[in-house]
Design a protein around this ligand. Structure first.
Ligand code: URP
Ligand code: ZN
Length: 454
């Protein structure tokens, strides 16, 4: 099957040009002035930009919590992803303590069978045991070379610093990569308990129980462990200026430290926690929203490459689930959505405002994640790559609303936000998977087996 995309402005790091793209059997066959496009279906992309399909490296679909599963499963979450231009994402395998990584991986693979996007998983060691090195090696051999640990949530999936060391050494020796949720778990737990015991139960106390230093001190501790183990780390959802200082220093000294932030940290401040429960509980995520000065520092870090990627941490919960914490903010399930809005928001807030170039936008939304996480056939519009493309309309206007997005969640934290620029058409594996906001129901995602990106 042949598809010819004519006259689009191809945007990718270091190589923006107007050219035709020929797709044959799901892959990009040629980019340029084409020799043999006979028999191809032609799509005219004049006035549109062509970006590689978005890659979201941080997604939690169908996440179990005490308030029930998160609002999006693989079906609805991937539908929302495609609508926003994201054709691939990396979710998580989170075993029960004591359960082997590979058993949990097999169960998670079955849960993802109705996914419209291409997908992979970061695998989370949640405890240490003698067999863990063999399990880590088996995950890598099966095509899952990235892992994630949580320094927060010590009661459930988090791990203590003394356990991080052997895990990081094992992953470093095996050639893997470790994503890390950096918050000082014990400090946060103590603060949460203290606020609740004083009767401070509203979401206003959520950011106060997870102050900026609990993130930056965790980042500092992690970087000390990187210095000892040489394990490459990808620090997820960085939210503070202080954390960025540690990250930048480590990067400048040549350490393998990568950083991600999320759209919500680039748009909202902790003012969102002022108001009544129904207004504020939707913004309960961890780490929490920060100060205006942190927002500015994040944009600077995006521009100067301290931050490599923008992921979503997509994990929305319905309002009735958030209501579980009406009398105790610590019972509000943590997480917000954004998989559909990520690229539109970054384009509008970043490119339209002049903070980042089109090429940097593509790096942040696609190319960097492909490189860091070993998605070698993705993130670029070159011959041989998977034909995952967005035909982007820089003049497309939208007011974001839960009423017309594709997530199953009953609300959006971005309700009413106006954006200029968005996908006109999305192509995955050479097939049109989204056109004029309608998802092609015959789309099938595939599991991406990866080799280490390093
Ligand atoms: O609040 C958040 N981030 N929820 C999702 C789970 C996690 O911590 O990554
Ligand atoms: Zn997350």
């Amino acid at each position: 099957m042949k598809l010819l995309i004519k006259n689009g402005l191809i945007v990718q790091p270091g190589a923006t040009k107007r050219a035709n793209v020929l797709i044959v059997n799901g892959r990009i066959a040629e980019v340029g002035s084409l020799s043999d496009a006979a028999g191809a279906t032609v799509i005219d992309a004049t006035n549109l930009q062509l970006f590689p399909g978005g890659i979201d490296p941080h997604v939690h679909l169908h996440l179990p919590t005490s308030a029930g599963f998160s609002a999006d499963d693989f079906e609805s979450g991937s539908r929302a992803a495609l609508a926003g231009g994201t054709t691939s994402f990396i979710d998580f395998v989170t075993p029960r303590r004591g359960q082997s990584l590979t058993e949990a991986l097999d169960l998670r693979l079955a849960e993802a069978s109705n996914c419209y996007c291409d997908y992979s998983f970061h695998i989370s060691p949640v405890d240490w045991r003698a067999t863990l090195p063999a399990e880590i090696n088996e995950c890598i051999a099966r095509g899952f070379p990235s892992f994630k640990i949580y320094m927060a949530y010590l009661q459930t999936i988090g791990i203590e610093e003394d356990v991080m060391m052997p895990i990081m050494s094992t992953i470093a020796k095996a050639g893997g990569m470790m994503a890390v949720h950096c918050e000082m778990g014990k400090e946060v737990d103590d603060l949460r308990r203290s606020y609740i015991s004083q009767g401070h139960t509203s979401p206003y106390y959520h950011p106060l129980s997870r102050p900026a230093y609990t993130e930056s001190e965790a980042v500092k501790a992690l970087i000390n462990l990187v210095a000892i183990t040489n394990c490459p780390v990808y620090i997820v959802h960085v939210s503070t200026a202080d954390a960025l200082k540690h990250i930048s220093r480590a990067q400048r000294s040549g350490m393998p430290v990568y950083a991600e932030t999320c759209p919500h940290y680039l748009l909202f401040s902790d003012k969102q926690y002022e108001g009544d429960f129904d207004q504020t509980a939707p913004y309960v995520m961890s780490p929490p929203l920060r100060k205006e000065s942190d927002i500015e520092a994040l944009w600077e870090a995006i521009a100067d490459h301290t931050i490599q990627a923008v992921g979503t941490d997509h994990c929305p919960f319905h309002l009735h689930q958030k209501q579980e914490g009406i009398n105790d903010f610590t019972l509000i399930p943590n997480g917000v959505g954004g998989i559909e809005e990520r690229m539109k928001l970054l384009y509008h807030l970043g490119v339209n405002s002049g903070r980042i170039s089109h090429e940097r936008f593509v790096e942040l939304c696609s190319t960097a994640a492909a490189q860091i996480f070993g998605l070698r056939s993705k993130g670029n519009i070159v011959a041989g790559a998977d034909a995952d493309l967005i035909l982007w309309d820089s003049q497309r206007k939208e007011t974001i609303s839960a009423a017309n997005n594709h997530s199953r969640c009953d609300h959006s934290i971005y309700e009413g936000v106006e954006v200029l620029g968005g996908p006109n058409m999305v192509i995955k594996a050479g097939k049109i998977v989204m056109k004029a906001d309608a998802i092609n129901e015959t789309t099938e995602g595939k599991c991406l087996f990866r080799k280490s990106g390093q």
